[in-house]
Structure formats: C-alpha cells, structure tokens
Ligand binder design. Sequence first.
Ligand code: SF4
Length: 273
Amino acid sequence: MTEARVRVFDERGRELSPCSLTKAQRLVAGGRARWREDQPPAIELMRAVELPVRPATSEEGPKYAGQRVLLHICCGPCATYTVGRLRELGFQVTGFWYNPNIHPWQEHERRRESLAGFAEQVELPVLWQPGYEMPTFLRLVAGRERFRRRCAICYALRLQAAADQARAGGFDAFTTTLLISPYQEQELIRRIGEHLAEREGVRFYFEDFRRGWAERGRLTRLYNLYRQQYCGCIYSEWERYQGEACETYAPARLEAADLHAYFEEALEMLEHL
Ligand code: SF4
C-alpha cells in the first residue's frame, strides 16, 4: 500500500515538496516541524527554506545552441541533472574527469567507473585526465586543512585543470558539477572559475544548478549510480563520521573576509603547481 503524502510548508508559508507520513511524523517528533492541518495532512517546518530561482529556459535555450562546453564532473550523480540542463540550453557537452581530491584510490575508481557507466548511457563524451594526483592535492592543502580553506584549494586545483583543457580543446566555456551541491561553497567556486576564465581566456559558465538537487536524487536512482557517503578527501571522510569532533571541521557558513582570504590563498597555491 502506498504511504500517504504530507504537504510541507516552511515557516514563511511557502509550499515545498511533499514528504511521506513517516518522515513528517519524525520531523514533528524531533521538534523540527509542527502539524498545520489534519485533512489533508500538512506540516510546517520551524525554519525558512531558500529556493533557488529557475532561469527562464525557453529564452535561454537558443542562446547557447552549438556552443561547446567542457563540464568538470566530480561524480556520476552530480552529472545527471547538470548534463541534461546544459543540453537543454543548447550546449554540446563534453565531460572532464580530474578529481585528485577523492581518497582513497579505490573510492576514486568506484566514482570514476560509476561516471563511465552513466556517460555511456547518455552518450556523453568524457575526457579522462590520466593518473592520480593525490600527492599533489595533499601537498597543497598541508597546513591548510581547515574545512573550506582546503576546499578553496581543491576547487582551484580542479578548475585550473578544466580551464587548461577547455583552452587547449577550443571550447567556448567550461563549468563544473560542483555548482549543483548544497554542500559546496558556491560563491567561492564562482569566483575561482571567473578568475581562471579571465586568465585562460575561456568563459566560465556559472549557473546555480542547485535547483536540480532533488532531480539529481531521482536520476541517480533511475540510472542506479553509486552514491558516495562523503565529499571526497580523507578529511571529509573523517568529518562525515566524526562530525564536529574533527579538528579540521568549521561551520559551513563563511564570513566574507574568510572567503576572500581563502580565494586569494587558493590562487597563490596554484602558482606552486
Ligand atoms: S571536503 Fe570536498 S571540496 Fe573540500 S577539500 Fe575535501 S574533497 Fe575538496
């Protein structure tokens, strides 16, 4: 028997995606929501939820028709929605795999193989950066392991490789699936991408792909892709399972001054490559 669906509102009264009755009961029992109506059942979350704005696709579609974009891909699940969205805009999409931040090696391979399987299903050409530059990643973040501080270096390292490939391959633009994740610092990614674009002479395509996060979940199940349990590096694995107990952990929300300092430092680290 199908479980009843419950309507969900945030504290500002905006309607969100419905959830199962079991989940609604759990949220209420945990003090994160209260019952709003019995029939039909509806709950109200104790917090406001920011909904990403969906760009007007009908007008944007033709705008990029025929343009070639190189999409840096962090994993199969994040590629699902993003590839579809870029194709919807008219881009000819080529994937690019370079993720020396994924540890250990077997996890790196598992994610790479998962992406290869997805790429085959959707006929996505992918450029695979050979090798595994895990030592480079660790060397660059050594002494800078704090969450978000190391992430800035991690973004810069991967986006620099993508920008290089895009320039060498004559692409019109490059972008990254990192922009879909609510767990990544999007402003930092955007600033690094735009800086590299200026330096390399290839446009960085920025879009808040986060509006496709729920769709990403659905597509990941549809394509039966491997779902990783942590971001990628050994620090994130530690934090995932030990949380705030880990000394590398810091709150996800960055102060503007920290963001700027991490941005500057990440660019400086690229000079040491
Ligand atoms: S947490 Fe994720 S983004 Fe940050 S350094 Fe580790 S792998 Fe990179």
